[in-house]
Design a protein around this ligand. Structure first.
Ligand code: SF4
Length: 286
């Protein structure tokens, strides 16, 4: 409750700032306050997911990040939370006030974080800030996984591991056709799974999967189709930390939005049950 009240005040404060890279949100999946880091304020991504909530999403290069500005925004955000948390009185544990209130600092935003040539540098800024303040806040990378073949990205993810962070790796498909339909990605599924495997060797990695329902030719199709999806993941069952399943909570901002339907919570529960029966650790968010 305290974190929710604090988030309301934080959102009001944030609205008065002109931050470009730092955006606190209430995260359904992290279940609390998440401080987002957006390396793509230009709304450019190398994928074009059917459910993407980024308005004006386009393909294009990553922008140059003003690292000093990112650092200043993060410091302001942490300063504000620290000050406000201190005024909420005896409900709070003493000492490190922030860590219990903030679920994570998450690289996510309006594009794929690892396509930014400055991702590693931005990660260093976050890591340094947490170290200076002696904060034990989890750092997450929420990624579509498309850049895991690059040595510099692998190295950055090793650095994430070194600070106790974790990766949420997008897998919305159990076939090449589903990757094209849902993510507008022409990467073969087998190659994407190789990248997932690489990621697992570098850092704790959760698979994050959107259960997407859409109407095609007047038929409701829900993806990823089982059992193809679970079979695709089976070889990595003991390498991934688990699977995060979720439906689409906020409206898509993409042209195909009208074909999307809310996935019933019972359907997400069915997926979770089926995957658990196969031995996967699953967290479902309906
Ligand atoms: S990878 Fe993320 S930012 Fe990129 S299109 Fe998909 S949902 Fe949007």
């Amino acid at each position: 409750m305290l974190a929710q009240a604090l988030f309301g005040e934080l959102a009001a404060y944030t609205a008065t700032r002109n931050w470009q890279y730092v955006y606190p949100v209430w995260s359904r999946r992290a279940q609390g306050i998440s401080i987002g880091i957006n390396l793509h304020p230009n709304h450019c991504c190398n994928w074009h997911c059917i459910y993407c909530q980024v308005p004006g999403l386009q393909r294009g290069p990553s922008p140059v990040i003003e690292i000093a500005r990112l650092q200043a925004e993060l410091e302001q955000c942490l300063d504000w939370i620290s000050t406000q948390a201190g005024t909420h009185g005896p409900d709070l544990p003493s000492g490190d006030l922030l860590s219990p209130l903030i679920q994570d600092i998450a690289f996510a935003g309006d594009g794929e974080p690892t396509t930014s040539p400055q991702f590693a540098e931005a990660l260093k800024v976050v890591s340094h800030s947490l170290q200076q303040r002696q904060l034990a806040i989890l750092v997450r990378l929420i990624t579509n996984g498309s850049q895991l073949q690059h040595a510099h990205v692998q190295h950055a993810i090793e650095c994430l591991h070194a600070i106790g962070g974790e990766v949420w790796f997008k897998l919305d498909a159990g076939s090449d056709a589903e990757m094209r339909a849902v993510n507008d990605s022409h990467v073969p599924l087998a190659l994407h799974l190789q990248r997932l495997q690489t990621c697992c060797t570098l850092c704790t990695t959760w698979v994050q999967t959107a259960i997407v329902s859409r109407v095609v030719d007047q038929q409701l199709i829900t993806t990823p189709a089982l059992p193809a999806y679970s079979q695709a993941l089976m070889a990595l069952e003991d390498k991934i930390a688990g699977i995060l399943l979720y439906g689409i909570a906020r409206p898509s901002q993409q042209a195909a939005a009208s074909s999307l339907q809310q996935t019933a919570s019972s359907v997400i529960d069915d997926y979770a049950r089926e995957l658990r029966a196969q031995g996967f650790q699953v967290r479902a968010f309906v």
